[in-house]
Write a protein that binds this ligand. Sequence first.
Ligand code: ATR
Length: 278
Amino acid sequence: MNINGKTQLFAIIGNPVSHSLSPAMHNAAFAELGINGAYVPIKADNIKKTIAGLRTLGFVGASITVPFKETVMDCLDNIDPTAATIGAVNTLSFSQQDQEGLCICHGYNTDWIGSNSALSQVINPEGATALVIGAGGAAKAVVFGLLTAGAKVTIANRTQEKAEALAVELGCESVSLDNIATIPAEILINTTTVGMAPDSDRSPVPIELLPHYQVVMDIVYSPLQTTLLKQAMACGCKIIDGLDMLLYQGVEQFRIWTGVEPPRSIMRKALIETMEAI
Ligand code: ATR
């Protein structure tokens, strides 16, 4: 990487952020395409001051991660209507206004595109039935993506009221975790942290239910082969690991920032190599 006065700056803003795989993914893409860009992790305490700092320093783009995807929305000039509907922003792009020198900050959500793209590798969500476990921020983007693609969605969550509220908000169904066996679904997606290291022996869904599903997707990527995915594979389901959603939301970010077709395979390779090195 040859950093000089023309290097375009990008960041991932979160807290914590040191574990993020996004710097490796985006910097590999810049290198592959010969783009003079650098993407750095920034641990933030105050999101307002951090965004003001990015504007002042002339950053071109940023990723937003936990816990700022919702609070960052108060710091922006424009919010993409889709991100506004989801209620979360994970991507910023900054454009410098010519005469006044004002910096305009636009917010987008690419998580739902990441989820849909990952899913589309193995199944067409249009007209499919899907059961989504979890009702947090990640679930919101996943469910929005499924509904946008024309799937019929049911949400189940440990705190059932949250599943019910999200279902009402987005216009789908909810069910209690105890009753998921009663919901016929072709697609099962885990959006909770259940199964994430160090609790990697846990799964959000009992193994005996897994033969009901054609496709099982997990957004957990540490470990890559979660207990849920290992069991689903053993039951004959097609599986999609958490790296795919991370990859495809990043692919879409890269497209927004650069306007060029992102080098997906290079980005995925960088993600895997970085995970293996941890
Ligand atoms: P994110 O924005 O990453 O989705 P979040 O908003 O904190 O994070 O949501 C985490 C999701 O994982 C929630 O659905 C949460 O369930 P609750 O709403 O009941 O808290 C779910 N979750 C986290 N830990 C869990 C556990 N041990 N068992 C079951 N669900 C869990």
